[in-house]
Ligand binder design. Sequence first.
Ligand code: PM9
Length: 465
Amino acid sequence: MSELSVPSRRSWAEPWKVKVVEPVRLTTPEQREAAIREAGWNTFLLRSDDVYIDLLTDSGTSAMSDNQWAGMMLGDEAYAGSRNFYHLVEAVQEHYGYRYLVPTHQGRGAEHILSQTLIKPGDVVPGNMYFTTTRLHQELAGGRFVDVIIPEAHDPASEHPFKGNVDLDALESVIRENGKDRIPYVCLHATVNMAGGQPVSLENARAVRELTARYGIPVYMDATRAVENAYFIQQREPGQSAKSVKEILREFCSLTDGCTMSGKKDPLVNIGGWLATNDPALYEEASNLVVVYEGLHTYGGMAGRDMEAMARGIAESVQDDHIRARIGQVEYLGNKIAGWGIPIVKPIGGHAVYLDARAIYDHLPQDRFPAQMLAAQLYLDAGVRAMERGIVSAGRDPATGDHRYPRLELVRLTIPRRVYTQAHMDVVAESVAAVYSVRKSTPGLRMVYEPKYLRFFQARFEPEA
Ligand code: PM9
């Protein structure tokens, strides 16, 4: 018998095993064709029963642990002062380090409260690339978002390790041009969803802090995927590899004044969110406003059991072995697709693999919605649901009414946390390859219905003849 050779690079596996399973169903090509037509070629409008592998989003789609489910049974459903609220406050204080917490039903609830509290009509909010709901709430409060992300973020092929970084010169120019009194806060996304799940370095966050402190401008972070950001800092930033993700997260947050949070991502729950701050005056106003839109300031739209699950989820989310496996799975899928020469956003992001639809369908102009079509084709091929992140998501400029034309025209294969296996990832990668192989003959789309707000959720399309 020949000598067994052990590979020098050993495999890794998730730090959990499966206890409950949920069946998924592969439909026929005819059923998928009927479903996508019925959905107006918009993957948001599909029924999830018609989806085989659902990579629409990592939002609210995580699998909870047995410890979180046990916590659900300990829900204190008091209207006021639920004990689970205090557990959540303690978890946020311990892991994110902010003093005050205003719970909300999800991330956009927190964005609404923050925007209404801080932004006055005519204000300018600089940030490292827009996010759909964040920018809309800033605009609805009378503000204008200005993008100050580094130019590399707009280039899918750039291998910059921190493509989420703020361009400090651009930020300072915005402050000088508008005057510090017109800038209520700087909005720092970590990671940056629309750039491909790209991180911000600790060094850059520190520099943003120093710059804004000189002008007396606060920094509010979108901390929705800040744990993933902390993992990238540990892996990529010189001098950070000996620290735990937990330590890096605290350090990063200490460079900001507070944050908005969609608990549906990093914190491993299906619903919930919060606004956190170190500013007692902001807390006083926000905890008053929240009772108008979300619920009392000790539940903000969440049930007691939801707050308990989130408190426990936060503690699980900052564990190094969890986050390594979570991002490792995204990298597995991304490397497989990129290995076949299919264009994706580089480096591979934290929560998703982003296909470069502009490069894949290089025969389609952006106003024929290449990313929207690519997402529909993936669904037609194997029942894989993905999300458009291009011209449709970018919406229209409120001043001119024209489409915004973002440089990134992407389809996001978003990986829910602790849900799918490596075999599912293989099926997805092969479907991407199949769709890529017939790219030249794929037509564009026409938009036939366009809602006023956040059009990507509900717009309808038809294929060009
Ligand atoms: N993100 C996502 O799929 C949910 C649907 S698209 C609006 O990526 C950031 C960075 C997010 C985010 C939601 C929200 C809003 C704020 N910031 O969905 O309201 O990625 O909990 O959070 C989605 P909620």
